[in-house]
Design a binder for this molecule. Sequence first.
Ligand code: G3P
Ligand code: CA
Length: 243
Amino acid sequence: MAHRGASAYAPENTLPSFELAWEMGADAIEGDFQLTVDGHVVCVHDYSIERYTGIDRRVVEMTLSELRALDFGSWKGGEWIGVSIATLEEVLSIVPSGKMLYLEIKSGPEIVPELLKQVAKARIKAEQLVFISFDQAVVTRLKREAPELVVNWLVSLESNDGVISPAPKELLQVLKLTGADGIGVEAIPDISAEFVAAIRGGGWAFHVWTVDQVALARKLAQFGSKSITTNKPDLILRALRRD
Ligand code: G3P
Ligand code: CA
């Protein structure tokens, strides 16, 4: 899965970054989505647009037309000058049949009605979509309002002398509580086969982010991770195909 598109090589979360990921053979793309002040859903990771545009303003305080007037490409290099922020509608329209879009929801649960409206309007099939969020309230609301959609909860992990926290038992409690279909965890090197098995054994899908190292990608794939999210889909696809 191409994290923010092929984001090692192209401006993250933009249409060229997603198109490059398809060209490289990615099975899925991951994008970050936020609500603008005038109720549109746009594809952008940071809450402030400073890193992309040099202007320190928050997406949530800007209109779509204000965002559209800005250059979201040139920060990544001269060849990307003029690339604009993408809307959810645009991202939904560039997913080929048989490929997947993972939508990471960076806004709170207030984004859900507009999200579901856009998804219902699009030609993409529901089976091609997975919603992901760190925010348990977003996961819960999505599963309550659209139980047919696949929604995964995201969580960061820590390891102290090989002991990972939160422990699988605590993670399983959240999965049950929110109704999530699976989990996406930070790919820390200490993740063990037992850790993955504890989640999968409970009946939940296991995913990892973000892996740009070949050895770690191979190990996590062997442990049964359903996806490997990477900034370098070309590198990781080559590595996994050699297995
Ligand atoms: O796939 C989940 C991953 O994208 C979460 O981290 O900060 O890159 O959105 P972040
Ligand atoms: Ca993300």
